[in-house]
Design a protein around this ligand. Structure first.
Ligand code: GFB
Length: 326
């Protein structure tokens, strides 16, 4: 394990993907650092276009890059749009990493995902489990793109001495989440369903799958803190897990969300929808050992996320036809 202090002070920092949930959390977190943050909208620079990326990086000359731009989505979206998840993510990573190498960026951090690990990895999943077995089929497209991103960081480090690192966050939730019921992850989906079921006084709400899969959830503000911590304190070829090391079944998560929202109806499990990986618990000893621990526990995090939903998203969503309540 390599722990090398990297001084962020005064650095020009490019947050790629600043409008996404992770990128926005990073923007909030970086306000507490003495850095010069640069961003660009996708209308101006398409990160899937190498020439456009080179031109932007050459003009702005960032010294540090957080590569949080990605095509992301929940279990249904991953399965439904395999070409987008594979192509977009491969291109974004390859273009930004190659430009960062060519233009001498001092340090880059790539965001991966714990879906890179084999479906049936021994639990908790250590970083060494990468490429030891078959992937979960519902998200193998995204996983393969993210594995390629990790390998790009390692390859440029080995061949060119670039200080490029990769972090693997577990399932995320928090402010800025996607509440579209077909493309979202489980937390925002169940939050919206519970909210709508309460509003419409429905006797029950639907939970996809059997409710038995186990998942680990990290608040996005904790992740942003971990990313800044890793940027300052970690430099190594091994990708590094970011999580809480705690897990919950989907059925118990649904109950916790219903309590948070104040919905007292029942749960109906829809077995026609996939469960995905049965269990996905990260081993967080590596990041803990260099001094970072999560701070936001799930219940507290869900309460904050629901407040954000009420303030920022609920009214526009309730105007939409609730045709998606399943
Ligand atoms: O969050 P999620 O979509 O992604 O689903 P994954 C987690 C679990 O929640 C699955 C169940 O077992 C779903 O079947 N679930 C229950 C629901 N109700 C719902 C619902 O209404 N919506 C959704 N979305 N799920 C993703 C990968 O896998 O994990 C991504 O597809 C990424 O690539 C992400 O890696 C972190 O945890 O199954």
């Amino acid at each position: 394990m390599i722990s090398t202090p990297f001084d962020l002070t005064g650095k020009r920092v490019f947050v790629a993907g600043h409008r996404g949930m992770v990128g926005s959390a990073l923007m909030r977190r970086l306000e507490r650092e003495n850095v010069d943050v640069r961003t660009v909208d996708r209308q101006h620079v398409d990160l899937r276009d190498q020439a456009a990326v080179n031109c932007w990086i050459e003009t702005v000359k960032p010294e540090v890059i957080f590569l949080a731009a990605a095509k992301v989505g929940g279990i249904f979206a991953n399965n439904r749009y395999p070409a987008d998840f594979l192509y977009d993510n491969l291109m974004i990573e390859a273009n930004v990493i190659h430009a960062a190498y060519e233009l001498g960026v001092e340090k880059l951090l790539l965001l991966g995902s714990t879906c890179i690990y084999p479906k049936l990895s021994p639990q908790p999943i250590t970083e060494e489990a990468l490429l030891t077995g078959p992937l979960e089929p519902t998200n193998e497209w995204y996983a393969i793109a993210k594995i390629a991103g990790i390998k790009l960081c390692q390859a440029y480090r080995r061949q060119h001495g670039c200080d490029f690192i990769a972090a693997q966050p577990t399932n995320l939730y928090g402010p800025g989440d996607n509440f579209d019921l077909e493309t979202s992850h489980v937390v925002p989906a169940l939050m919206r369903k519970a909210h709508e079921a309460k509003r419409l006084a429905k006797p029950s709400m639907t939970v996809w799958g059997t409710g038995t899969p186990l998942r680990e959830f990290l608040h996005v503000d904790d992740l942003a803190d971990a990313l800044v911590f890793l940027m300052k304190n970690y430099s190594g070829e091994m990708h590094i897990n970011c999580g809480t090391g705690e897990e919950i079944s989907i059925a118990n998560l649904a109950k916790m969300i219903c309590r948070t929202v104040g919905y007292n109806g029942g749960l109906e499990f829809d077995g026609t929808r996939p469960d995905g990986t049965p269990r996905k618990l990260t081993d967080v000893s590596r990041i803990n050992a260099i001094g970072w621990h999560h701070k936001i526990e799930l219940l507290e995090g869900l309460e904050g996320a629901y407040q954000w939903f009420l303030n920022e998203a609920a009214s526009s969503l309730s105007n939409e036809a609730m045709t998606q309540t399943r």
